[in-house]
Design a protein around this ligand. Structure first.
Ligand SMILES: *Cc1c(COP(=O)(O)O)cnc(C)c1O
Length: 414
Protein backbone atom coordinates (compact mmCIF):
# COMPACT_ATOMS: atom_id res chain seq x y z
CA UNK A 1 0.00 0.00 0.00
CA UNK A 2 1.26 3.45 -0.92
CA UNK A 3 1.99 5.94 1.89
CA UNK A 4 1.53 9.43 0.48
CA UNK A 5 3.68 12.50 1.18
CA UNK A 6 2.30 15.27 3.45
CA UNK A 7 -0.92 13.31 3.83
CA UNK A 8 -2.98 12.33 6.85
CA UNK A 9 -4.05 8.96 5.46
CA UNK A 10 -6.93 8.55 7.90
CA UNK A 11 -8.98 11.48 6.64
CA UNK A 12 -7.78 11.98 3.06
CA UNK A 13 -9.87 10.44 0.27
CA UNK A 14 -8.13 8.08 -2.15
CA UNK A 15 -5.86 9.66 -4.77
CA UNK A 16 -7.09 10.43 -8.25
CA UNK A 17 -5.52 8.09 -10.76
CA UNK A 18 -3.76 9.95 -13.56
CA UNK A 19 -3.04 8.16 -16.80
CA UNK A 20 -1.75 10.94 -18.99
CA UNK A 21 -0.51 14.52 -18.97
CA UNK A 22 -0.47 17.08 -21.72
CA UNK A 23 0.47 20.76 -21.28
CA UNK A 24 -1.67 22.30 -18.55
CA UNK A 25 -3.81 19.18 -18.19
CA UNK A 26 -3.85 15.87 -16.36
CA UNK A 27 -6.17 13.11 -17.58
CA UNK A 28 -7.62 10.43 -15.31
CA UNK A 29 -8.56 6.80 -15.79
CA UNK A 30 -12.26 7.69 -15.57
CA UNK A 31 -12.03 10.19 -18.40
CA UNK A 32 -11.80 13.43 -16.44
CA UNK A 33 -9.45 16.32 -17.14
CA UNK A 34 -7.85 18.67 -14.59
CA UNK A 35 -5.91 21.88 -15.16
CA UNK A 36 -2.79 21.62 -12.99
CA UNK A 37 -2.75 25.14 -11.57
CA UNK A 38 0.10 24.52 -9.14
CA UNK A 39 2.54 22.95 -11.61
CA UNK A 40 2.56 19.72 -9.59
CA UNK A 41 4.24 21.12 -6.51
CA UNK A 42 5.96 23.87 -8.46
CA UNK A 43 8.23 21.71 -10.60
CA UNK A 44 6.40 21.48 -13.90
CA UNK A 45 7.32 24.75 -15.60
CA UNK A 46 6.60 23.91 -19.25
CA UNK A 47 3.47 21.81 -18.81
CA UNK A 48 3.10 18.04 -18.66
CA UNK A 49 4.71 15.56 -21.05
CA UNK A 50 6.57 18.20 -23.04
CA UNK A 51 7.49 16.37 -26.24
CA UNK A 52 10.90 18.00 -26.71
CA UNK A 53 12.10 17.11 -23.23
CA UNK A 54 10.62 13.60 -23.54
CA UNK A 55 12.58 13.07 -26.75
CA UNK A 56 15.98 14.09 -25.32
CA UNK A 57 15.34 11.87 -22.30
CA UNK A 58 14.71 8.86 -24.55
CA UNK A 59 17.81 9.60 -26.57
CA UNK A 60 20.03 10.12 -23.52
CA UNK A 61 18.73 6.94 -21.86
CA UNK A 62 19.74 4.91 -24.88
CA UNK A 63 23.17 6.61 -25.02
CA UNK A 64 24.40 6.87 -21.43
CA UNK A 65 21.93 6.33 -18.60
CA UNK A 66 24.26 6.90 -15.65
CA UNK A 67 27.88 6.87 -14.59
CA UNK A 68 29.71 7.38 -11.30
CA UNK A 69 30.38 11.11 -11.13
CA UNK A 70 33.43 11.02 -8.88
CA UNK A 71 35.64 9.60 -11.63
CA UNK A 72 33.83 10.49 -14.86
CA UNK A 73 32.15 13.48 -16.40
CA UNK A 74 29.78 13.74 -19.37
CA UNK A 75 28.42 16.11 -21.97
CA UNK A 76 24.94 16.72 -20.43
CA UNK A 77 26.42 17.82 -17.06
CA UNK A 78 29.04 20.05 -18.70
CA UNK A 79 26.55 21.55 -21.10
CA UNK A 80 24.14 22.30 -18.27
CA UNK A 81 26.82 24.13 -16.33
CA UNK A 82 27.75 26.20 -19.40
CA UNK A 83 24.11 27.13 -19.90
CA UNK A 84 23.58 28.13 -16.27
CA UNK A 85 26.75 30.23 -16.30
CA UNK A 86 25.11 32.48 -18.88
CA UNK A 87 22.39 33.47 -16.39
CA UNK A 88 24.29 33.33 -13.08
CA UNK A 89 26.44 36.13 -11.63
CA UNK A 90 29.98 35.40 -12.78
CA UNK A 91 31.18 34.82 -9.20
CA UNK A 92 28.89 31.80 -8.86
CA UNK A 93 30.83 29.28 -10.91
CA UNK A 94 31.45 26.13 -8.87
CA UNK A 95 28.70 23.52 -9.31
CA UNK A 96 27.90 20.67 -6.92
CA UNK A 97 25.18 18.28 -8.08
CA UNK A 98 22.66 16.41 -5.94
CA UNK A 99 19.12 15.09 -6.22
CA UNK A 100 16.44 17.36 -4.81
CA UNK A 101 15.81 20.66 -3.08
CA UNK A 102 16.50 19.32 0.39
CA UNK A 103 19.89 17.94 -0.60
CA UNK A 104 20.79 21.14 -2.46
CA UNK A 105 20.21 23.03 0.81
CA UNK A 106 21.90 20.34 2.88
CA UNK A 107 25.02 20.66 0.72
CA UNK A 108 25.07 24.46 1.10
CA UNK A 109 24.66 24.20 4.90
CA UNK A 110 27.48 21.68 5.19
CA UNK A 111 29.76 23.61 2.86
CA UNK A 112 29.23 26.85 4.76
CA UNK A 113 30.11 25.26 8.09
CA UNK A 114 33.11 23.35 6.75
CA UNK A 115 34.35 26.46 4.93
CA UNK A 116 35.05 28.08 8.32
CA UNK A 117 36.29 24.86 9.87
CA UNK A 118 38.78 24.37 7.05
CA UNK A 119 39.99 27.88 7.83
CA UNK A 120 40.61 26.88 11.43
CA UNK A 121 37.50 28.57 12.77
CA UNK A 122 35.20 25.98 14.36
CA UNK A 123 33.19 28.47 16.39
CA UNK A 124 30.78 29.32 13.62
CA UNK A 125 28.04 26.78 14.28
CA UNK A 126 24.85 28.84 14.14
CA UNK A 127 22.65 29.38 11.10
CA UNK A 128 20.50 32.45 10.63
CA UNK A 129 17.12 32.29 8.90
CA UNK A 130 13.73 33.94 8.61
CA UNK A 131 10.67 32.95 10.56
CA UNK A 132 8.49 30.45 8.70
CA UNK A 133 11.29 29.31 6.41
CA UNK A 134 11.04 26.06 4.50
CA UNK A 135 14.17 24.44 3.14
CA UNK A 136 13.24 20.77 2.90
CA UNK A 137 12.66 17.64 4.93
CA UNK A 138 16.10 16.26 5.78
CA UNK A 139 17.38 16.97 9.30
CA UNK A 140 19.70 19.76 8.20
CA UNK A 141 17.21 21.53 5.99
CA UNK A 142 14.53 21.07 8.67
CA UNK A 143 16.78 22.59 11.32
CA UNK A 144 17.45 25.58 9.09
CA UNK A 145 13.70 26.11 8.84
CA UNK A 146 13.61 26.86 12.54
CA UNK A 147 11.92 25.83 15.71
CA UNK A 148 8.58 27.38 14.81
CA UNK A 149 8.21 25.66 11.48
CA UNK A 150 4.68 24.37 10.94
CA UNK A 151 6.11 21.35 9.19
CA UNK A 152 8.82 19.95 11.40
CA UNK A 153 7.61 20.25 15.01
CA UNK A 154 7.83 16.51 15.66
CA UNK A 155 11.60 16.54 15.30
CA UNK A 156 12.62 19.60 17.30
CA UNK A 157 14.70 17.47 19.69
CA UNK A 158 17.29 16.95 17.00
CA UNK A 159 17.63 20.43 15.56
CA UNK A 160 20.92 22.32 15.60
CA UNK A 161 21.18 25.93 16.73
CA UNK A 162 19.67 28.64 14.63
CA UNK A 163 18.64 32.24 15.08
CA UNK A 164 15.28 33.18 13.67
CA UNK A 165 14.52 36.66 12.41
CA UNK A 166 11.02 37.99 11.83
CA UNK A 167 10.34 38.88 8.22
CA UNK A 168 7.36 41.12 7.54
CA UNK A 169 4.81 40.16 4.91
CA UNK A 170 4.50 42.34 1.86
CA UNK A 171 1.14 42.30 0.01
CA UNK A 172 -1.21 44.63 -1.86
CA UNK A 173 -2.28 47.46 0.43
CA UNK A 174 -0.19 46.38 3.43
CA UNK A 175 0.01 48.89 6.30
CA UNK A 176 3.06 49.92 8.29
CA UNK A 177 5.43 47.65 6.43
CA UNK A 178 8.49 49.84 6.79
CA UNK A 179 8.11 50.05 10.56
CA UNK A 180 7.87 46.28 10.73
CA UNK A 181 10.95 45.94 8.57
CA UNK A 182 12.84 48.33 10.80
CA UNK A 183 11.87 46.23 13.82
CA UNK A 184 13.21 43.11 12.07
CA UNK A 185 16.41 44.91 11.20
CA UNK A 186 16.89 45.99 14.84
CA UNK A 187 16.31 42.42 15.97
CA UNK A 188 18.90 41.24 13.46
CA UNK A 189 21.34 43.92 14.60
CA UNK A 190 21.03 42.84 18.23
CA UNK A 191 21.64 39.22 17.29
CA UNK A 192 24.60 40.06 15.11
CA UNK A 193 26.25 42.13 17.84
CA UNK A 194 25.89 39.25 20.24
CA UNK A 195 26.42 36.19 18.02
CA UNK A 196 27.88 37.60 14.78
CA UNK A 197 31.18 35.74 15.12
CA UNK A 198 29.42 32.45 15.81
CA UNK A 199 27.12 32.45 12.79
CA UNK A 200 28.32 30.63 9.68
CA UNK A 201 25.51 31.34 7.25
CA UNK A 202 22.30 33.14 6.54
CA UNK A 203 19.92 30.89 4.64
CA UNK A 204 16.90 32.44 2.92
CA UNK A 205 14.34 31.90 0.22
CA UNK A 206 14.94 35.19 -1.56
CA UNK A 207 11.91 37.54 -1.69
CA UNK A 208 9.30 34.78 -1.65
CA UNK A 209 8.79 32.19 1.06
CA UNK A 210 6.80 29.51 -0.73
CA UNK A 211 5.82 26.86 1.79
CA UNK A 212 5.31 29.47 4.54
CA UNK A 213 2.31 30.57 2.49
CA UNK A 214 3.63 32.57 -0.48
CA UNK A 215 4.96 35.30 1.78
CA UNK A 216 6.73 38.11 -0.03
CA UNK A 217 9.51 40.41 1.20
CA UNK A 218 10.55 43.71 -0.27
CA UNK A 219 13.80 43.92 -2.23
CA UNK A 220 15.00 46.82 -0.04
CA UNK A 221 14.51 44.74 3.09
CA UNK A 222 16.40 41.67 1.93
CA UNK A 223 19.16 43.86 0.54
CA UNK A 224 19.64 45.44 3.98
CA UNK A 225 19.70 42.04 5.68
CA UNK A 226 22.33 40.64 3.32
CA UNK A 227 24.53 43.74 3.64
CA UNK A 228 24.39 43.55 7.43
CA UNK A 229 25.32 39.89 7.76
CA UNK A 230 28.18 40.33 5.31
CA UNK A 231 29.79 42.80 7.68
CA UNK A 232 30.20 39.93 10.12
CA UNK A 233 31.81 37.67 7.52
CA UNK A 234 28.71 35.47 7.43
CA UNK A 235 28.12 33.47 4.24
CA UNK A 236 24.84 33.91 2.39
CA UNK A 237 22.80 31.00 1.01
CA UNK A 238 19.91 31.75 -1.34
CA UNK A 239 17.54 28.81 -1.56
CA UNK A 240 16.09 29.34 -5.05
CA UNK A 241 14.68 25.84 -5.23
CA UNK A 242 11.24 27.37 -5.71
CA UNK A 243 11.98 30.89 -6.97
CA UNK A 244 14.40 29.92 -9.77
CA UNK A 245 13.65 29.50 -13.47
CA UNK A 246 11.49 32.61 -13.99
CA UNK A 247 8.91 31.85 -11.29
CA UNK A 248 9.24 35.41 -10.04
CA UNK A 249 9.39 36.96 -13.51
CA UNK A 250 13.19 37.04 -13.66
CA UNK A 251 15.47 34.06 -14.12
CA UNK A 252 16.34 34.05 -10.42
CA UNK A 253 14.75 36.00 -7.58
CA UNK A 254 18.26 37.24 -6.74
CA UNK A 255 18.24 39.10 -10.07
CA UNK A 256 16.08 41.73 -8.33
CA UNK A 257 18.90 42.40 -5.85
CA UNK A 258 22.29 44.09 -6.09
CA UNK A 259 23.71 41.90 -3.31
CA UNK A 260 24.63 38.40 -4.47
CA UNK A 261 24.85 35.23 -2.36
CA UNK A 262 27.79 32.87 -1.79
CA UNK A 263 25.57 29.88 -2.52
CA UNK A 264 22.49 29.32 -4.59
CA UNK A 265 20.40 26.14 -4.33
CA UNK A 266 18.46 24.97 -7.39
CA UNK A 267 16.09 22.09 -8.02
CA UNK A 268 12.29 21.98 -8.68
CA UNK A 269 12.09 23.66 -12.13
CA UNK A 270 15.62 22.62 -13.12
CA UNK A 271 14.59 19.67 -15.31
CA UNK A 272 11.26 21.21 -16.31
CA UNK A 273 9.54 18.90 -13.84
CA UNK A 274 10.67 15.65 -15.46
CA UNK A 275 13.32 14.20 -13.19
CA UNK A 276 14.85 14.85 -9.77
CA UNK A 277 18.08 16.86 -9.99
CA UNK A 278 19.63 19.62 -7.92
CA UNK A 279 22.58 21.98 -7.87
CA UNK A 280 24.36 23.95 -5.20
CA UNK A 281 26.36 26.66 -6.90
CA UNK A 282 29.08 28.54 -5.04
CA UNK A 283 32.16 30.69 -5.52
CA UNK A 284 35.83 30.07 -6.26
CA UNK A 285 36.59 31.49 -2.82
CA UNK A 286 34.52 28.76 -1.13
CA UNK A 287 35.78 26.05 -3.46
CA UNK A 288 39.42 26.88 -2.84
CA UNK A 289 38.97 26.60 0.92
CA UNK A 290 38.53 22.85 0.37
CA UNK A 291 41.72 22.36 -1.65
CA UNK A 292 44.35 20.72 0.52
CA UNK A 293 46.76 17.84 0.89
CA UNK A 294 44.94 17.16 4.13
CA UNK A 295 42.12 14.78 3.14
CA UNK A 296 40.00 15.89 6.08
CA UNK A 297 39.47 19.20 4.29
CA UNK A 298 37.69 17.39 1.45
CA UNK A 299 33.95 17.81 1.08
CA UNK A 300 33.03 14.21 1.77
CA UNK A 301 29.50 14.17 0.44
CA UNK A 302 27.78 12.64 -2.58
CA UNK A 303 24.73 10.77 -3.81
CA UNK A 304 24.44 7.61 -5.89
CA UNK A 305 22.70 9.45 -8.72
CA UNK A 306 24.81 12.61 -8.59
CA UNK A 307 24.52 14.46 -11.93
CA UNK A 308 22.47 11.73 -13.59
CA UNK A 309 22.98 12.21 -17.36
CA UNK A 310 19.31 11.73 -18.25
CA UNK A 311 18.26 14.37 -15.72
CA UNK A 312 21.03 16.71 -16.95
CA UNK A 313 19.90 16.25 -20.57
CA UNK A 314 16.33 17.08 -19.55
CA UNK A 315 17.62 20.17 -17.70
CA UNK A 316 19.54 21.35 -20.78
CA UNK A 317 16.49 21.12 -22.98
CA UNK A 318 14.29 22.71 -20.35
CA UNK A 319 16.77 25.61 -20.19
CA UNK A 320 16.63 26.04 -23.97
CA UNK A 321 12.84 26.15 -23.95
CA UNK A 322 12.85 28.54 -21.01
CA UNK A 323 15.20 31.05 -22.59
CA UNK A 324 13.33 31.25 -25.91
CA UNK A 325 11.85 34.63 -26.70
CA UNK A 326 8.31 33.34 -26.89
CA UNK A 327 8.54 31.60 -23.48
CA UNK A 328 9.79 34.79 -21.85
CA UNK A 329 7.05 36.80 -23.57
CA UNK A 330 4.54 34.28 -22.27
CA UNK A 331 5.86 34.58 -18.72
CA UNK A 332 5.41 38.39 -18.90
CA UNK A 333 1.85 37.88 -20.12
CA UNK A 334 1.00 35.58 -17.18
CA UNK A 335 2.47 38.14 -14.81
CA UNK A 336 0.48 40.98 -16.38
CA UNK A 337 -2.69 38.90 -16.36
CA UNK A 338 -2.39 38.08 -12.64
CA UNK A 339 -1.86 41.78 -11.92
CA UNK A 340 -4.80 42.91 -14.01
CA UNK A 341 -7.44 40.76 -12.31
CA UNK A 342 -9.11 41.85 -9.09
CA UNK A 343 -10.73 39.17 -6.96
CA UNK A 344 -13.68 39.80 -4.67
CA UNK A 345 -13.71 38.80 -1.03
CA UNK A 346 -10.04 37.86 -0.71
CA UNK A 347 -7.39 39.11 1.71
CA UNK A 348 -3.69 39.89 1.35
CA UNK A 349 -3.61 39.52 -2.40
CA UNK A 350 -0.03 39.25 -3.65
CA UNK A 351 1.45 38.64 -7.05
CA UNK A 352 5.06 38.01 -7.96
CA UNK A 353 5.90 36.93 -11.48
CA UNK A 354 3.86 33.88 -12.46
CA UNK A 355 2.59 33.36 -8.90
CA UNK A 356 -0.47 34.95 -7.39
CA UNK A 357 -1.89 34.20 -3.95
CA UNK A 358 -4.48 35.36 -1.46
CA UNK A 359 -5.86 34.41 1.92
CA UNK A 360 -9.40 33.37 2.76
CA UNK A 361 -10.99 33.79 6.20
CA UNK A 362 -10.45 30.15 7.13
CA UNK A 363 -8.86 26.86 6.23
CA UNK A 364 -12.34 25.44 5.72
CA UNK A 365 -13.27 28.04 3.12
CA UNK A 366 -9.99 27.41 1.25
CA UNK A 367 -10.71 23.70 1.23
CA UNK A 368 -14.27 24.30 0.04
CA UNK A 369 -13.04 26.51 -2.80
CA UNK A 370 -10.51 23.94 -3.97
CA UNK A 371 -13.08 21.12 -3.73
CA UNK A 372 -15.59 23.00 -5.86
CA UNK A 373 -12.95 23.99 -8.39
CA UNK A 374 -11.78 20.39 -8.62
CA UNK A 375 -15.29 19.39 -9.66
CA UNK A 376 -15.03 22.01 -12.39
CA UNK A 377 -11.72 20.56 -13.60
CA UNK A 378 -9.26 22.89 -11.88
CA UNK A 379 -6.67 21.52 -9.49
CA UNK A 380 -5.41 23.72 -6.64
CA UNK A 381 -3.84 22.76 -3.34
CA UNK A 382 -4.43 25.31 -0.58
CA UNK A 383 -1.85 25.79 2.14
CA UNK A 384 -4.00 26.35 5.22
CA UNK A 385 -6.24 29.33 4.42
CA UNK A 386 -4.04 30.45 1.53
CA UNK A 387 -4.87 29.83 -2.13
CA UNK A 388 -2.33 30.31 -4.88
CA UNK A 389 -2.14 29.95 -8.63
CA UNK A 390 1.17 28.83 -10.07
CA UNK A 391 0.55 27.66 -13.61
CA UNK A 392 3.06 26.14 -16.00
CA UNK A 393 4.31 28.73 -18.49
CA UNK A 394 2.47 27.11 -21.39
CA UNK A 395 -0.91 28.28 -20.05
CA UNK A 396 -2.81 30.41 -22.57
CA UNK A 397 -4.68 33.64 -21.98
CA UNK A 398 -7.98 31.85 -22.60
CA UNK A 399 -7.13 29.22 -20.01
CA UNK A 400 -6.19 31.90 -17.46
CA UNK A 401 -9.47 33.72 -18.15
CA UNK A 402 -11.38 30.49 -17.64
CA UNK A 403 -9.61 29.67 -14.33
CA UNK A 404 -10.12 33.19 -12.95
CA UNK A 405 -13.73 33.22 -14.07
CA UNK A 406 -14.49 29.91 -12.35
CA UNK A 407 -12.63 30.99 -9.24
CA UNK A 408 -14.41 34.34 -9.05
CA UNK A 409 -17.76 32.62 -9.38
CA UNK A 410 -16.95 30.11 -6.62
CA UNK A 411 -15.58 32.86 -4.37
CA UNK A 412 -18.78 34.85 -4.65
CA UNK A 413 -20.74 31.77 -3.48
CA UNK A 414 -18.50 30.92 -0.51
C1 LIG B 1 10.47 22.44 -2.16
C2 LIG B 1 11.53 23.23 -1.52
C3 LIG B 1 12.66 22.62 -0.96
C4 LIG B 1 12.79 21.13 -0.87
O1 LIG B 1 12.89 20.55 -2.11
P1 LIG B 1 12.56 18.97 -2.28
O2 LIG B 1 12.89 18.72 -3.72
O3 LIG B 1 11.12 18.81 -1.97
O4 LIG B 1 13.45 18.24 -1.34
C5 LIG B 1 13.64 23.42 -0.45
N1 LIG B 1 13.53 24.76 -0.49
C6 LIG B 1 12.48 25.39 -1.04
C7 LIG B 1 12.44 26.88 -1.07
C8 LIG B 1 11.43 24.65 -1.57
O5 LIG B 1 10.37 25.27 -2.07
Amino acid sequence: MIWRPFTQEKITPPSIKVVKGNGLYLYTDDGRRYADMISSWWVNIHGHANKEIAAVIAEQAATLEHVIFAAFTHQPAEELIEKLKTVLPKELNRFFFSDDGSTAVEVALKLAYQFFKNRGDDKRKIYLHFEGAYHGDTYGSMSASGKHSMYHFNFLDFFFDTIEIKAPEFYDGVDGLEQQEDASISELERNLERYGQRICALVVEPLLQGARGMVMHRVEFLERVVKMVREYGILVIFDEVFTGFYRTGRFFAMDYLCEKPDFICLSKGLTGGFLPLALTVTTKQVYERFLSNDLRKTFIHGHSYTANPIACAAACRSFEILTRENTIAHISEIKAFHKSIRLRGVQKRRTFGTMTAFDLPSKESAKRLSDVLLERGIFLRPLGNMIYLLPPYCITREELEWVYHEMDECLSKL
